[in-house]
Design a protein around this ligand. Structure first.
Ligand code: PLP
Length: 408
């Protein structure tokens, strides 16, 4: 595909416009849980999914949720989407829709701690078991597939280790074995369009970059019409029956915030790239996909939509948990950002995932995957003066003795 005709997710979002009932430039918010019908027959038809443009009950869909879902499906270049009350409210119904008792899942071993806990601790209650693998090793992924495997699960850029999943390679394996490839694209909205590389289902926690305001949790599932309709089926759809529905007021708000995602992502990426380059030059152990030293830098570059950079997430290895703690507390005192979980905010957020967002992963497994106690995950903010931020970070590293230790 030539560059001019290449899919551009930012353009795709901008092209989706909905108007309010009085000509508002934003759509009206549907403030109703239920919807009335002029004819009883239309209601029955709607129950059976045979009417377009009719709404039945807001757990199924509301106009506001429908608008947001449409915009996100355009962004991910999928036929359809369904929004959810949280990222986990998107992930869990997808997995339960695809796998049942006696089935098996192959998952990346470095994934968000909540997803890991769901696969590892929760699903065995339903006799659904998961093999966790190094997702960057396609041979190991394929070797883990069993006759009862129903899906491969991965994060495109993994939380917290920033490993990059080869979506085309995984998709080839999934297709060969007639199973689904489900990916979480939370860390890299706009940067990757996994459906273009063969992912069957693309999930986001909207809580992060997409909403970007840290004022709500939210999630979305992007996929085919068929799969999204299955999730919403009144008889056996996991989203419909488990009910993790987003409130209309929230989805209207997230739709407005989505409008500025392209410029926010660009700035997050520029700032993170700058910090990563400077810190690497200083000899700091920094991991960032935009650095040539990142093990999957070339793969990332090959897969990415080039307009948005390499994203806002970096990790620093402070070697010990004690140093990491002192470093983060001092960074917060200096106003660099907040010691907080989550990501994609205007302020830089940092935490040590070993004891925080990945604490669900047992210590021996953390060690096997290279998650050390001193690892700090940073979601780089929208700072105007990133040079000043860099100076503060460097000074703080000096204060906690990071460079002394290096010299020993
Ligand atoms: N996926 C990833 C990659 C995440 O980092 C998170 C949360 O941190 C989630 C999913 C879960 O999203 P939520 O907290 O919105 O349920």
């Amino acid at each position: 595909m030539d560059k001019k005709n290449k899919f551009n997710p930012a353009q795709a979002i901008q092209d989706v416009q909905f108007f309010g009932e009085f000509g508002g430039v934003n759509p009206s918010i549907s403030d109703s849980a239920t919807y009335t019908f002029l004819k009883a027959k239309t209601m029955l038809d709607t129950f059976e999914g045979n009417t377009d443009g009719c709404y039945l009950y807001s757990r199924h869909t509301s106009p506001s949720n429908h608008y947001l879902a449409l915009a996100l499906s355009q962004m991910e270049n999928t036929e359809s989407a369904n929004v959810a009350a949280s990222g986990m409210g998107a992930i869990t119904p997808v997995i339960l829709q695809l796998a049942g008792a006696g089935d098996h899942i192959v998952s990346a071993r470095t994934i968000y701690g909540g997803t890991y806990a769901f696969l590892k601790n929760y699903l065995p209650k339903f006799n659904i078991n998961t093999s966790f693998v190094d997702i960057t090793d396609l041979e190991k992924v394929e070797a883990a597939i069993q006759p009862n495997t129903k899906l491969i699960y991965a994060e495109v850029l993994s939380n917290p280790l920033l490993e990059v999943a080869d979506i085309e390679g995984l998709s080839r394996i999934a297709k060969k074995h007639n199973i689904k490839l489900v990916v979480d694209n939370t860390f890299t909205p706009l940067i990757f369009t996994p459906a273009n590389s063969g992912a069957d289902v693309v999930i986001h926690s909207l809580t992060k970059f997409i909403n970007g305001m840290n004022d709500t949790v939210g999630g979305v599932i992007c996929s085919t019409n068929e799969f999204i309709n299955d999730l919403k089926n009144v008889n056996d759809g996991s989203s419909m029956l488990l009910g993790p529905v987003m409130d209309s007021l929230r989805s209207a708000q997230i739709l407005k915030n989505l409008r500025t995602l392209p410029i926010r992502m660009l700035k997050h990426s520029q700032n993170a790239q700058y910090l990563a380059e400077q810190l690497e030059k200083d000899g700091v152990k920094v991991k960032y996909p935009g650095l040539a030293s990142h093990p999957q830098h070339e793969l990332f570059t090959r897969m990415m939509n080039p307009e948005f950079g390499y994203g806002g997430m970096i990790t620093l290895d402070l070697q010990t948990g004690e140093k990491a703690t002192r470093f983060m507390e001092k960074l917060q005192e200096k106003g660099v950002g907040y010691l907080a979980v989550s990501l994609g905010f205007y302020k830089t957020l940092f935490n040590a995932p070993g004891k925080g967002t990945s604490s669900e992963v047992p210590p021996e497994e953390q060690e096997a995957m290279g998650l050390s106690e001193g690892l700090i995950r940073m979601s780089v903010g929208l700072d105007f003066d990133i040079e000043k931020t860099y100076q503060k970070i460097k000074q703080t590293l000096q204060e906690v003795g990071y460079f002394d230790k290096q010299m020993i």
